[in-house]
Design a protein around this ligand. Structure first.
Ligand SMILES: Nc1ncnc2c1ncn2[C@@H]1O[C@H](COP(=O)(O)OP(=O)(O)OP(=O)(O)O)[C@@H](O)[C@H]1O
Ligand SMILES: [Mg+2]
Length: 261
């Protein structure tokens, strides 16, 4: 057996000279689901962007190892081919590109020679049926006029087809009604298994009623302040972030209050 799926070592990240992540260390083993919970502006989405290799975010210190290899300098497309998947908090619309065509292109990029065009339609129809997504969805333009719930279902559809080894899901529960939340959670649970590691970024404990995390991390002001089992999420729900924020006081420079990216 090889080592962990993802190993983040003392990661420091800046955006436009401003330090956002201040020494993150995190190890995800194959098969594990880790939940990352933290207040607005603490740097959760920044971490997800850095994991995907977004050029705007500079790693100033530390390392990201994926399946034992240093990917800190690797381009986004190479990460996607290697099986890393990111569901954005705010996915962008791609007018003129249908869901089916978008997914077809993504499948080709991910599987290369292994992509079987003849199988694609069948696979798409079957996966959409399992996720209770209506058939006409495939002909709509990607994220164009999608409701919050539709965007999130589209992400789970992408993920089901692309079969990532590491999935980073940013706020997948935001804007979902209770039935959609359940469908999305079931979609993720169905994919759970020894071949998939998940980093689930969330504000609320709610989705964790459906997806049981192996590890919960409290993330404040660019750092992981505490890690524990799923009971930590319940404790956060009860107490809020204030007791944890106190722990970091005296060392913080600026506390952004407006909603982040
Ligand atoms: N591209 C960017 N340009 C400038 N500042 C940025 C950029 N991305 C993130 N930041 C800043 O980094 C900080 C952390 O933002 P981030 O989006 O990572 O927080 P978050 O924890 O995801 O918040 P939320 O819970 O609101 O989604 C914020 O102060 C934000 O303004
Ligand atoms: Mg965010």
């Amino acid at each position: 057996m090889s080592g962990p799926l993802l190993e983040i070592k003392n990661l420091h990240v800046s955006v436009e000279e401003k330090a956002i992540l201040k020494g993150i260390s995190l190890t995800i083993e194959k098969g594990q689901v880790h939940a990352l919970m933290g207040p607005n502006g603490s740097g959760k989405s920044t971490l997800s962007h850095v994991l995907m290799g977004h050029p705007k975010y500079q790693v100033t210190k530390g390392q990201i190892l994926y399946k034992g290899e240093d990917i800190t300098g690797l381009k986004t497309d190479a990460r996607a081919r290697a099986g890393i998947f990111l569901a954005f908090q705010y996915p962008t619309a791609i007018p003129g590109v249908s869901v089916a065509n978008f997914l077809r292109t993504a499948m080709k990029a991910r599987f290369g020679e292994g992509y079987q065009p003849k199988e694609f339609r069948k696979q798409l129809t079957a996966t959409m049926a399992t996720l209770e997504i209506p058939e006409d969805f495939a002909t709509r333009a990607v994220n164009d006029g999608f409701s919050g719930g539709e965007k999130k279902r589209h992400e789970i559809l992408q993920m089901s087809l692309l079969k990532p080894e590491l999935a980073v899901l940013d706020e997948t529960d935001s804007g979902l009604d209770i039935d959609a939340l359940r469908t999305v959670a079931e979609g993720i649970n169905r994919m759970r298994g020894p071949a998939l590691g998940v980093l689930l970024i969330t504000h609320y404990q709610r989705i964790l009623n459906y997806i049981q995390p192996d590890v919960v991390h409290v993330f404040i002001n660019g750092r992981i302040i505490e890690s524990g089992g799923k009971e930590l999420a319940l404790e956060l729900e009860r107490k809020g972030y204030a007791p944890y924020e106190e722990k970091t006081q005296g060392e913080r420079q600026e506390v952004p209050h407006e909603a982040g990216h």
